[in-house]
Design a protein around this ligand. Structure first.
Ligand code: CU
Length: 164
């Protein structure tokens, strides 16, 4: 990923995190369980985005912190989607392209962030539109730590999330 692209992404991401935080605070605790733990792994700031009718795919974003040894995210699934793929978005020349990955490495004692414009989950063939305020359960499978279900809050599209 080019430095130029990184710079562009950094700012909106901060705003988005604040928007999610605002949602969590105003809606209480139970519904917006956006973090989870398994073994030495901590999943944080998981979210997806509202879709429009007819939209077949949605991105899933999260941060994985690893206090243990090296691991790999090897698959994901959700009852809300026909299939969940591991994707990477990167510039090829001046064209933004997505490609499917077999696994996403989680470095020992480090972290990996799935975020717009980079690594992400791709929820394919979603069964019903995602509505802001809903949550989408996604099961993540790690090579060593095993499986964990994370509830992804659905963020409003664009600036809509800010109204909370
Ligand atoms: Cu994708």
């Amino acid at each position: 990923m080019s430095q130029k692209l990184k710079g562009k992404i950094a700012q909106p991401k901060k705003v988005l995190v604040l928007a999610i935080l605002a949602c969590v605070l105003s809606f209480g605790t139970a519904v917006y369980a956006q973090s989870a733990k398994i073994g030495g792994l901590e999943i944080e700031n998981a979210y997806t985005r509202a879709t429009v009718p007819g939209q077949q795919v949605a991105g899933g974003f999260l941060k994985i912190e690893n206090k243990g040894g090296v691991d790999q995210l090897i698959s994901a699934s959700s009852p809300a989607a026909g299939e969940v793929q591991l994707h990477e978005m990167a510039m090829e020349g001046n064209v933004m392209k997505m490609r499917q990955l077999k696994e996403i490495p989680v470095p020992a004692g480090g972290a990996v962030e799935l975020k717009p414009g980079g690594l992400h989950l791709m929820l394919m063939n979603i069964k019903a539109p995602f509505t802001a305020g809903d949550t989408v359960p996604v099961k993540l499978k790690f090579a060593k730590a095993g499986e964990v279900e994370v509830k992804f809050p659905v963020n409003a599209m664009g600036g809509g999330a800010m109204k909370h």
